[in-house]
Design a protein around this ligand. Structure first.
Ligand SMILES: [Zn+2]
Length: 74
């Protein structure tokens, strides 16, 4: 398998918007795809459903959070 370029994470921006902004965007994408601790069952199973909507894949608890992270606390 070919080595995946880092830029692939940046959502098809190619050479647009500058490298600094793309790196920041990549960090946001990485955070939005990570799993977080569920506030109800406390398992690390919370995933982003859509913008600002988070759901625990374990207990099904769905709640509103920030757009790219469930809470402001990392
Ligand atoms: Zn849960």
């Amino acid at each position: 398998m070919a080595r995946k370029k880092l830029a692939n994470l940046a959502g098809g921006f190619k050479a647009r918007y500058g490298s600094t902004l793309r790196k920041k965007w990549m960090e946001v994408v990485r955070l939005s795809r990570a799993t977080y601790d569920c506030p109800r069952c406390e398992r690390n199973a919370v995933k982003r459903v859509s913008l600002g909507i988070w759901e625990c894949t374990y207990c099904g608890y769905r709640f509103a959070g920030q757009a790219y992270a469930p809470t402001s606390v990392r």
